[in-house]
Structure formats: structure tokens, C-alpha cells
Design a protein around this ligand. Structure first.
Ligand code: XMP
Length: 326
């Protein structure tokens, strides 16, 4: 097994040729490590776990079991894409756990952001352990650890790594991309033939839409977050912005304001648009978006998302604001 330190002379993976060499070497290494045993892997739809899933499938196909959990906090269409790509197209054995009700029931009335993260993280681990127990007889656990995770491991990462699994699970880890930086993982993902939407996926926090539905999560406000986020993503795609802006999403705060709809006084939520550019997520700037793009997104959200009566664009850089609202 390779250690946790990236060798100084390790080739940077920037081309399909270097990616293919890496893929071949990893397939051999995984086969050597795993032998005939079964491997379990939690896939989130993110690029790291998707690349690991594809490498494991190529190396030890039938021995791999993937688990994908619908926490109820995923973006619109995300679980369907994971099932489509890994189960239908690649033929992986996939256990899909529909756990939205479990998460939302546990989260009912929990308003503190860190408490929400803890509830989500703990429930995720509980579900994973339940499913692993049902499967029995599994010796290895695949993980999408990447090199920055190793470099940054410590107190900051601990709270950011919600959805991560505890170290005391009784498995040996298989971590084929642990010496790669994010841009290299993307090049490998492309060489493996993963869809662009997965390879170029913007960062998505472990607690998902849960930290974008500010305060105590309610199903109606969560639906407003999901629907407005889907509209934002569609319109950014149509405007050619998806590769130009690092992260973009919507937030629904837990207060209402007055409006008029069909001559009636209404009391609706605002949707906040957040779009940022950054190198490392430690400092971030807000891009100047074209007015017509903002107007189109605003009109669509107001027309298509129930319970929303205002649309705002957050102009605050980081610092002082964080990227997420919670
Ligand atoms: P903040 O809000 O701290 O976000 O400026 C910096 C980056 O981290 C992401 N983020 C998280 N990722 N679990 C994660 O896996 C979390 O709890 C979490 N909170 C924030 C955020 O989306 C941004 O990319």
C-alpha cells in the first residue's frame, strides 16, 4: 500500500496520457490489495467518490457494492443521475437508500447550523452501518479521500467532513485517489468517461441543501431551495457560466416579507442567489453577473417556485461573509 505522502517526483496528472497511466497502475494496485474480497463504497454523486467507484468497477467489478443515500437534502435530479450512471450504464451493484423522511424527521425543529450538521452526519453513519451490516462479509471500504483532505485533516476538516465515515468501522480502506489534487481527479474522471456534469461538478457541502434552508428545515422551504437551485443551475448553464463561476446556489432564509399576488396581499419567503469565485474557498469574490441573466432567473423563480415573493443577489465577499449562509 502507498503511504500518505505524495512523492516529490510524482508526475502531475494533466493529460489523458498521464491519466491513463495512473488508471492502469491503480487497477493493478486495487486488485493486489483487495484480492477476492468484497468492497463497499458510499457514493455521493461528487467527483471524488465517482472516480473511485469507476476505478473499483474496472478493477474488481463484481466485488464492489455501492451505497447511495437520498438524505432528502440532495439537489434536484442528483440521486437519479447517480443511479443512471452507476447502476444503469456501468452495471454496478448499487444499494439505493431512500432516507429523506428519516433525515427530515430527525432535523425537525433543529435550528442551530452546527447542530444540523451533527444530526445529518450522525444519521448518515447510522444508515451506512445498518446497510453494511445487512450486506455482511465485507472487508474493504472504498473512500474518495484526496490529497487536500490529508493535508488539511484536523479541526477545520472535522466539521466540514459531514457525510464522512468514522475511522473505527471494521474495514480496511481502499483510497486510490488519496495522493491526487482535485484538478487531477477531474482529469482522471474525464479519462474514465464520466459525464461532464459529474467531472466538473461544483463543490457541494456534505450537509447538502440542509445548510441552505436557513434555521429549522421545513419541507416547503426545502422544496423552495431545491426548485430555485435547479432554475439557477439551468440558467447558468444556458448563459455559459458553469465553468466560469466556482460555486453558485440559492438560499431560503426563515423569514417572510409582504407582497402582492393576483391583487391579494401575500407573505412569502425570499430566495437569495449566491455566486462566488475563489481559488481555495478561504477567500471569495462575487462576480458581476449580466443583468438580463439575473432578471431571467428572478422571473422564473417568482413564477415557478411556490411560496417565494422576492429574489436577492448576495454581494458580500468572503470575508467577512462565509460562502454558505450557515
Ligand atoms: P464556507 O461557508 O465555510 O464554505 O465559506 C467554504 C466551502 O466549504 C463548503 N462547506 C462545506 N462542505 N461540509 C462540507 O463538506 C460542510 O459542512 C460545509 N460547509 C461549507 C462550502 O460549500 C464552500 O465550498
Amino acid at each position: 500500500m502507498i503511504g500518505n505522502k505524495r512523492p516529490d517526483d510524482m508526475v502531475r496528472i494533466t493529460t489523458s496520457k498521464t491519466a491513463k497511466e495512473f488508471i492502469d497502475a491503480q487497477i493493478t494496485a486495487i486488485r493486489e490489495q483487495v484480492g477476492e474480497s468484497r468492497v463497499l463504497l458510499a457514493i455521493s454523486g461528487g467527483v471524488d467518490s465517482s472516480v473511485v467507484a469507476t476505478l473499483l468497477l474496472k478493477a474488481v467489478g463484481k466485488q464492489l457494492v455501492c451505497i447511495h443515500v437520498d438524505t432528502g437534502l440532495m439537489r434536484k435530479g442528483e440521486c437519479d443521475q447517480v443511479i443512471e450512471v452507476f447502476q444503469n450504464q456501468m452495471g454496478a451493484e448499487l444499494v439505493f437508500v431512500q432516507a429523506a423522511d428519516r433525515f427530515l424527521n430527525k432535523l425537525a425543529g433543529v435550528s442551530d447550523p452546527e447542530a444540523k450538521r451533527k444530526v445529518i452526519g450522525a444519521e448518515y453513519i447510522r444508515i451506512f452501518e445498518e446497510e453494511a451490516r445487512k450486506l455482511g462479509d465485507i472487508a474493504f471500504l472504498g473512500q474518495g479521500t484526496i490529497y487536500p483532505d490529508i493535508l488539511e485533516s484536523g479541526p477545520v476538516k472535522a466539521h466540514h467532513n459531514v457525510g464522512g465515515l468514522p475511522e473505527d468501522l471494521q474495514f480496511e480502506l481502499v483510497e486510490p485517489v488519496k495522493l491526487l489534487f482535485k484538478d487531477e481527479v477531474r482529469v482522471v474522471g474525464e479519462a474514465l468517461g464520466l459525464p461532464q456534469t459529474m467531472v466538473c461538478r461544483q463543490p457541494f457541502p456534505g450537509p447538502g441543501l440542509g445548510v441552505r434552508c436557513v434555521g429549522a428545515i421545513t419541507r416547503d422551504r426545502l422544496a423552495a431551495v431545491r426548485e430555485s437551485d435547479a432554475i439557477l443551475r439551468e440558467e447558468f448553464e444556458a448563459a455559459g457560466l458553469t465553468l466560469k463561476i466556482w460555486q453558485y446556489f440559492t438560499i431560503v432564509p426563515d423569514f417572510r416579507s409582504t407582497g402582492i399576488r393576483n391583487g391579494q396581499r401575500v407573505y412569502d419567503w425570499p430566495v437569495v442567489i449566491r455566486a462566488i469565485n475563489t481559488v481555495d474557498a478561504i477567500e471569495a469574490t462575487v462576480p458581476e453577473l449580466e443583468w438580463p441573466v439575473l432578471q431571467r432567473i428572478t422571473s422564473r423563480i417568482l413564477a415557478e417556485v411556490d411560496g417565494v415573493g422576492r429574489v436577492l443577489y448576495d454581494l458580500t465577499p468572503k470575508p467577512p461573509a462565509t460562502i454558505e449562509w450557515e
